[in-house]
Design a protein around this ligand. Sequence first.
Ligand SMILES: C[S@@+](CC[C@H](N)C(=O)[O-])C[C@H]1O[C@@H](n2cnc3c(N)ncnc32)[C@H](O)[C@@H]1O
Length: 197
Amino acid sequence: MSGLIYRLLIGAGQTTLGYKEAFKRCQSGWKVLDVGTGDGFALLRNKDIILEKNLSIVCVEPDAQAAKLLELEIAKEGLENQVKVRVEYLSHASQSEYNCCLCITTLVVFPTTEERRDCVDMCLSHVKPAGKVILHQTLYGGLNNIFLLSRYLTSFTAYYLYRPLYLNDLKSIFSGRLWVMESIHWLAPFMLFTVSK
Ligand SMILES: C[S@@+](CC[C@H](N)C(=O)[O-])C[C@H]1O[C@@H](n2cnc3c(N)ncnc32)[C@H](O)[C@@H]1O
């Protein structure tokens, strides 16, 4: 039931759009790392663009149950050649082999600002020097408390009360780095999209 509510409220809209916008920013044939894919509902709704761009995607998902569902869905969609699953936590890379690393709504599951900064560093360690890290996340500033309230209400089912991402968090995580921030939706600043240079 909670999965269904999550899909209706978040997965079918915001998250699917997050993946779509990220894939639009990938070049054909790129090798992509997706951090925290979950059961792949939002990722696989973008099957067309994955095939069109001939992307090769590795999904890192530590939840064995979600990873199993993800593998089943990949097989159902006939995407075994394009999308692979690794049941593991994101870690620092020994070699930077990806053109792009995606972190689509996953940053919030890291509980503290330090862990979020470490997550971004781990993402950066996986990409080649000219590669991209693309983060898609809902952002909370000072003015959008109404959205904050709605997030808390949905979080019981969708986000298990993860600590939301506040503007100050983000400033502290990204200060000193060169990032392009794009808002990709009319709900901005509720919607945030961040791309590294
Ligand atoms: C909010 S969900 C996002 C799922 C998917 N990216 C989407 O947007 O639909 C976060 C996912 O990250 C996974 N996760 C939690 N800790 C992780 C870690 N340390 N490394 C990689 N993934 C992690 C969770 O199991 C969960 O499936």
